[in-house]
Design a protein around this ligand. Sequence first.
Ligand SMILES: Cc1cc2nc3c(=O)[nH]c(=O)nc-3n(C[C@H](O)[C@H](O)[C@H](O)COP(=O)(O)OP(=O)(O)OC[C@H]3O[C@@H](n4cnc5c(N)ncnc54)[C@H](O)[C@@H]3O)c2cc1C
Length: 393
Amino acid sequence: MTVLIAGAGIGGLTAALSLHAAGVDATVVESAREIRPLGVGINLLPHAVRELTELGLGPALATTGVATTEIVYADHHGTVAFREPRGVARGYRWPQYSIHRGELQLLLLAAVRDRLGPHAVRTGTRLTGFTPAGDTVRVQLQDRATGTVTPTDATALIGADGIHSAVRARLHPDDGPLLWSGVRMWRGTTRAAPFLTGRSMAIVRDGTAELVAYPIGRDRINWVCQVRVADPGPVDGAAAWNRAGDLADVLPYYAHWSLDWLDVPTMLAGATEILEYPMVDRDPLPSWGEGRVTLLGDAAHPMYPVGANGGSQAIVDARVLAFELAAADDIPAGLARYEEARRAATADVVHANRTMQRSHGWGPRELARITDAYRSATGSDVERLNNRPSYTR
Ligand SMILES: Cc1cc2nc3c(=O)[nH]c(=O)nc-3n(C[C@H](O)[C@H](O)[C@H](O)COP(=O)(O)OP(=O)(O)OC[C@H]3O[C@@H](n4cnc5c(N)ncnc54)[C@H](O)[C@@H]3O)c2cc1C
């Protein structure tokens, strides 16, 4: 019997690698029939790069991602209001990487199959329910090709099944709806030369619309456009990750932008594919799991993607989970310690992202205050990360 992880996203795959490294057996079930490099870019912050480096993935990350050296805030004429160093340039012992999310997922998947065996990740297998059964958890798994549901016993169940988590819905049937900030995001990747230092991440604003852009290697720039289109409230539609977006909906907000270091309208028009997504999160939960069942990553703490932290926090969850499980006398005690370590910490990040999203500060002093406050509220300042003991057992 093994620990069963539902979901082969960034969080679930890192959990499998972390448990394996700590000497705990794990199997991952993934509802998608095939794991393909979908999605666009994300940033992995130094606290996540540290964990993946300690799992032996540092060299693979360095060849897949772009080590970001600075963040630049500018207006829609390209005038830079504020810049600050990032990653190693800021003093962290680990880089920050801008990376294609799908390529990161495939890198993690290859490592899981290599280390845990070719059958450690079962695709086309959806978790449909579970019941605690004494010293085990009985999990219902549906084969998506045949529809057959088979019960499987596991020593523990980790719900790493994302923002629409079935495990969370079962644990918290009264959980409220996804909360929409009123901001709509369009995301894409465009073949274009990198800008500024070639390793710069840019946040550009004109008072109505915002753009986040950064290179993710192989002459690709990842971009996210954010426009407030409604007041905060319940989400309209399904909040699906990979819904196709339309250039005609987003381009009008950016057509008049003229930066001399990045041709924004041409970049948007040149995207291979545009995805559309509402900026949503949920209120932090008062508890995550019970007994032998817990949550991890977006299933536990969906957050606005404004601090570049959702995937990074899922990676830290995974490492702490393995660290605590390997040391505990029994599984429920290990999971309780994991939640104790991570629940309040990730709630702080959810709140810090909301604060950041609402902040309208501009100008060097105000932006320095906002970014410093974010690092401090999320426990990710240089000294704290560099001096924290490792989660390796
Ligand atoms: C616009 C935007 C920008 C972002 N930028 C960043 C960034 O710069 N840095 C960062 O760290 N994060 C970023 N994020 C957030 C980040 O992508 C997520 O936090 C991260 O992918 C969460 O990983 P996860 O493994 O918890 O969930 P997911 O990646 O959602 O994986 C969940 C997996 O579970 C599977 N699944 C679902 N239901 C079931 C079931 N019942 N049974 C079995 N499998 C199931 C799904 O198919 C999926 O593969 C961004 C998000 C958005 C929307």
